[in-house]
Design a protein. Structure first.
Length: 371
């Protein structure tokens, strides 16, 4: 079965894999955003000591530490030393930190109003910019948190009985900043998503055989190495099957290349029916040569698959201008047990030897070796 690396069976990119791709693209931006956010917030805490009396800054620094600085320290450690594989990792903590920063700013703004101190809203602008843009958070969640922060800020401002015109002006500015940042975030993620689709489409085209739509030789060389390594690591069995059409040159010479192409498509169809799971992958590795890799299979099942390939091809009804075309295949297979550790090159060599054995001993049959 043609199994594209980054798409599901319906041609849709796997969300987990896109989240991983987005993380790779945004990792440095997120790292530096978290670092800058930490240093800026520490600077704000220092400014509290300078401008507020002790009874105020002791309170504000405590809330800054608990709600923002400690979470930012943890997130910086994670992203610099143990980078996650998905953009969705630690999202809840990031959203909580963003919410905590916004609400804490409003709390300090409220305390400042009670004590008659001036408190700039520049900090809230920076918090919204980081939350909506630089941290590359999910759009809907960022929007909900942003609206919550702005609503709490508006409620506190009304409670402090500040001029309504001033509130409306600041609220419009903050909403505009949040809206612009969320739009930029959305456009940026959409652009990365389109690049992801393009990269995957080009890659999948490069590993797909155009005629049969099975994976091609390049894909086979990649997958046999990868799947053998996984089988060795996880101690699971791995089956490799080589299929070769018998007398294909005679068919081509007698009936023409269009008929030969039709035969290859029919063979590919038989092979694809044996790929029921994502671990079963079919390939056309060149000319009339095909291959099948099956993970986690036992000897009885692999022999059954080989037999069904041989009998399935032999029962194909191919007709050209009233002439019946007889088609058969020779099959050579190897089954590596979970406790056997050999290279992918050795697997290929043994499967090829057993394919040759099936050829010289009469064709239209299979030979299998288990190790």
């Amino acid at each position: 079965m043609n199994t594209p690396i980054d798409f599901d069976n319906h041609g849709v990119p796997h969300q987990k894999k896109f989240s991983h791709f987005l993380m790779l693209q945004c990792l440095n931006a997120r790292r530096w955003a978290l670092t800058v956010a930490l240093f800026l917030y520490v600077a704000f805490a220092i400014m509290d000591v300078i401008r507020f009396p002790s009874e105020v800054y002791r309170l504000t620094i405590s809330t800054r530490l608990i709600l923002v600085i400690f979470p930012l320290l943890y997130l910086n450690f994670v992203y610099w030393f143990k980078p996650p594989i998905s953009i969705l990792s630690n999202v809840l903590l990031m959203l909580t930190t963003y919410l905590g920063a916004g609400l804490n700013h409003t709390f300090i703004y409220y305390i400042s109003g009670l004590y008659g101190f001036q408190f700039s809203q520049l900090g809230l602008v920076l918090i919204i910019m980081f939350g909506c843009l630089l941290l590359v958070l999910p759009i809907k969640s960022s929007g909900i948190v942003t609206v919550t922060i702005l609503c709490v800020y508006a409620a506190v401002t009304l409670y402090l009985k500040l001029p309504l015109t001033e509130l409306l002006f600041v609220f419009i500015i903050l909403s505009f900043v949040a809206g612009i940042c969320l739009i930029i975030n959305r456009v940026g993620q959409n652009s990365i998503y389109q690049n992801y689709l393009l990269i995957n489409r080009l890659y999948n085209e490069s590993i797909t055989d155009e005629l049969t739509k099975l994976n091609n030789r390049r894909a086979f060389q990649e997958q046999i190495v990868r799947l053998n390594a996984i089988a060795v690591r996880n101690k699971v069995a791995l089956g490799l099957v080589f299929i070769d059409a018998d007398y294909f040159k005679i068919i081509n010479d007698s009936f023409g290349h269009s008929v030969g192409d039709d035969v290859l498509k029919k063979l590919a169809g038989v092979i694809e029916t044996k790929c029921r799971r994502i671990e079963d992958i079919g390939f056309r590795i060149g000319g009339d040569e095909f291959a099948l890799i099956i993970c986690g299979v036992n000897r009885v099942k692999l022999e059954e698959i080989c037999l069904k390939i041989v009998t399935g091809v032999a029962s194909l009804n191919l007709n050209n201008n009233g002439k019946t075309i007889k088609v058969s295949v020779s099959v050579g297979a190897i089954l590596k047990s979970g406790n056997t550790n050999i290279t992918s090159d050795s697997l290929i060599k043994i499967a090829d030897e057993y394919l040759y054995k099936a050829k010289v001993n009469g064709k239209n049959q299979y030979y299998l070796k288990a190790i």
